[in-house]
Design a protein around this ligand. Sequence first.
Ligand code: ATP
Ligand code: MG
Length: 205
Amino acid sequence: MNSESRQRIGIMGGTFDPIHIGHLILAECAYEQFQLDTILFLPSGNPPHKKNRRDGASDRERLDMVALAIQNNPHFILDSEEMRRSGFTYTCETLRLMKEKHPQAEYYFIIGADSLMSFETWKDPEMISRDCILLAAVRDQMETEQMEQKMKELQQKFGARIHLLRSPNVGISSTQLRDWYREGRSVRYYIPDCVIDYIRNNSVY
Ligand code: ATP
Ligand code: MG
């Protein structure tokens, strides 16, 4: 076994419009609990479920904000792969490309409870289930039993391998933070200071 065969790579996918502490805490919890080597932050290119995204940050700005937010954590890495592809970007396709490049690596895809609940609507859940292990974290105070029920269902239906990711319930979303920012409310401590500075200096929202 070469060293790559033992690589355990976490993937934190998201729109990151903007990145906030919910994303960062999730990624750090996954790193610690599942002994991952690195976490790739993967800003979504053009996911079909957000095709009506308007008045949000540009791709460049979302990339910049993620880069700033993770700059001091040596095991967090920015991956701009999805932004280089044209057309709709699907997680199954991204994972397939990653597996092609690093066939021996083990991928752990990190999601919140809302993404777990909508997993069936993603393109090709079987393929995703084959190419990665899902780590699902609580969100919006969702009961663990409800999540475990869904995990069992997805296991039976798609052969999905899913683990519960223990993390604090961070009751925040990018949508809410954009609204707060536009209303002139403080978003401090929800978003890293350097990212808030970037948003202000570049009139992102
Ligand atoms: P938006 O309001 O634009 O949908 P968001 O806060 O949900 O933004 P996304 O970029 O959509 O952020 O989320 C990326 C991933 O991170 C998803 O799997 C989502 O479930 C998870 N996530 C985001 N915020 C949280 C949070 N506060 N707690 C747990 N999981 C979260
Ligand atoms: Mg979301």
